[in-house]
Design a protein around this ligand. Structure first.
Ligand SMILES: Nc1ncnc2c1ncn2[C@@H]1O[C@H](COP(=O)(O)OP(=O)(O)OP(=O)(O)O)[C@@H](O)[C@H]1O
Ligand SMILES: [Mg+2]
Length: 390
């Protein structure tokens, strides 16, 4: 698992000597040269480990340390103190720093300290992962591979930070599910979660669905109707398949996001709302920007946090657990009591490339359960295409 080190430091010489070293140790390094910048980066979920200088242009590093303590997922903070500044070091440790390092830094010591901090982060992630899942009773958090854990953790951070999120990934990878899970994990969990598929509604109707309309706004508008942005106030609007949104509507959405307000169709009152937007797409929006089909300013406005759901073929180690999950899910529905999958059937499932991702796996298992009269799913219950490929 890789970790990001956020260096909060304004001394150029220090950055130039230490940053390359940390990178050679396998960490990704980001630099914030003052507290304000560091806050912004932490809010975006950047920084598993923070290497924090005390004296910064806009204040004392220890104030930032105090702020990190209340974060949903706390980074490990290593405080960099002046040599001999024992008091400051003690103060930092009392305030919850993982460690301190006196300047000038010894690379050997830095290495050890980073390693300890990384272990710390990994433990905390694990705990937070289970605590959250338990707390919210999220039974579909299936996938303990590093890539999926990392995704859930980023999702959790974005959910607690209430920022706009863009979820991308191939079809069937679990984007819609993730959006719902984020709602459950977020401080907005007790407020509405309103989802709309931007491709399923014709553009003319879509705007009225999103922003609402006044009576008489168009011929069939017999009375005032509130849109999703208004009914979801305090909660989350999930814009599924955002790539299908026409450019004109994109502009209106962008304006609404920038100003936290909008007008109903045919209305002239500005309506203020507090909604978090989660958008999802299985198309390449960057490419669409190039073709003029998607506004780049909206793209950047949406992807304050960018969550990439990996295709199943990139986390095949999760297949056995997913299979178990689907069997348990369908047993009560089908009145079956299937217990397992034979090793040779599992081998086939592990070998398949799953272009339809988790949805395809779900369907294959559901289908197998229809054909299976025994307690275990075997080769003959799987679709022939899968077997032949083997
Ligand atoms: N991690 C997971 N654990 C259990 N089930 C999952 C997981 N991810 C996806 N699924 C299941 O797989 C199916 C597809 O998931 P989902 O609809 O969220 O995919 P999607 O990425 O939104 O697809 P599309 O791009 O087609 O909209 C659903 O039945 C969902 O419940
Ligand atoms: Mg979906």
């Amino acid at each position: 698992m890789s970790y990001t080190v956020l260096m909060v430091e304004d001394e150029i010489d220090f950055i130039e000597s230490v940053k390359p070293y940390i990178e050679t140790r396998g960490y990704e390094v980001m630099v914030a040269s003052n507290l304000a910048d560091a806050r912004l980066k932490l809010k975006q979920g950047i920084g598993d480990i923070v290497l924090l200088d005390i004296y910064l242009p806009d204040g004392n590093g220890l104030t930032l340390l105090n702020e990190t303590i209340n974060m949903a997922i706390r980074p490990s903070v290593i405080v960099v103190t002046g040599n001999g500044d024992i008091e400051m070091a003690v103060e930092a440790m009392k305030s919850g720093a993982t460690d301190f390092l006196p300047k000038p830094i010894s690379f050997i010591q830095l290495d050890k300290t980073l390693q300890r901090a990384a272990d710390n982060v990994s433990l905390r992630r694990e705990l937070a992962f289970y605590r959250q899942a338990q707390l919210r009773n999220i039974d579909f958090i299936i996938g303990k591979s590093p890539i999926m854990r990392r995704l859930y953790e980023q999702a959790q951070r974005a959910a607690s930070a209430s920022v706009s999120v863009l979820i991308t990934g191939e079809t069937g990878t679990g984007k819609s599910l993730l959006a719902k899970a984020m709602h459950k994990m977020s401080p907005r969990a007790n407020k509405p979660f309103m989802a709309i598929d931007c491709g399923a509604v014709p553009p003319s109707v879509f705007e009225s669905e999103l922003f609402g309309h006044e009576q008489g706004a168009f011929t069939t508008a017999e009375k005032r109707k509130l849109g999703l942005m208004e009914t979801a106030d305090g909660g989350i609007v999930f814009l599924d398949e955002i790539s299908s949104m026409v450019v004109e509507t994109q502009s209106k959405l962008l304006r609404a996001l920038d100003e936290h307000s909008f007008r109903r169709l045919g209305g002239n009152v500005e309506i203020k709302v507090d909604v978090q937007i989660i958008a999802a797409s299985n198309r390449n929006l960057k490419k669409m920007i190039g073709e003029g089909a998607f506004r780049s300013d909206l793209y950047y406005r949406l992807k304050v946090v960018d969550l990439e759901v990996p295709p199943l073929r990139e986390h095949k180690e999760d297949i056995p657990e997913l299979v178990g999950f689907f069997i348990r899910k369908y047993n009560p529905h089908r009145g079956t009591n299937i217990q397992n999958v034979t090793p040779r059937a599992m081998e086939v499932l592990m070998k398949h490339d799953w272009p339809g991702n988790i949805r395809e796996l779900n369907n294959v298992i559901e289908r197998a359960m229809i054909f299976c009269d025994e307690a275990v799913i075997d080769l003959q219950h799987l679709p022939v295409e899968l077997i032949e490929k083997k």
